[in-house]
Design a binder for this molecule. Structure first.
Ligand code: ZN
Length: 183
């Protein structure tokens, strides 16, 4: 199982690379890695297991964060009693709203061990397509925290960190045409 020891440091160049597509059907090795990304995120939300193994809690994880520059992400979160639990190969933003959204608490990242202040502008609504662990195509329409989390994780596949989006002159400037998302 993955632990914090498997994570690369924030300044590791792998976090700035564009990750490569996973050839499909996925190899057993790629499936195992994707399953382990999901396992980490789920375990990190179980207080007993997280405490035992020293796991920092997260709602999403991308392969480059554990030193594999391949296009895979896992997201596991609950919003308004709905569970969003998806492990995807080659996730892609196929469309998005014009309207933006931002998390009022700002964003955090399992690769960033320091607080970063500021609002991160995201699209308010997105459609994501990808392939799940069973090889089935998945298409998701997302809004709120789930849309924000998927954008954060897909950014990792393109070498983008959440703070790249923060306005350096005025970190708490409300992004234009945006809605506030509470978490
Ligand atoms: Zn992150």
């Amino acid at each position: 199982m993955l632990t914090m020891d498997d994570f690369v440091n924030e300044d590791d160049p792998i976090l700035r690379q564009v990750a490569v597509e996973v050839p499909l059907p996925a190899s057993n090795e790629d499936k195992q890695l994707l399953a382990s990304l999901m396992e980490y995120v789920q375990n990190s939300q179980k207080p007993d297991i997280a405490a035992l193994y020293g796991l920092r809690a997260g709602i999403g994880l991308a392969a480059p964060q554990v030193n594999v520059s391949k296009r895979m992400i896992a997201v596991h979160l609950k919003d308004k009693d709905q569970l969003y639990s998806y492990a995807l190969f080659n996730p892609k933003l196929v469309s998005h709203s014009v309207e933006k959204a931002y998390l009022t608490s700002g964003e955090g990242c399992l690769s960033v061990n320091r607080p970063v202040s500021g609002y991160v502008p995201r699209y308010a609504r997105i459609t994501v397509a990808g392939t799940d662990l069973e090889g089935k195509p998945v298409q998701l329409r997302l809004k709120g925290i789930a849309a924000i989390c998927f954008q954060h994780e897909i950014d990792h596949l393109n070498g983008i960190m959440f703070y790249d989006h923060i306005n350096p002159e005025d970190p708490y400037a409300i992004p234009e045409n945006s809605i506030a998302v509470e978490r």
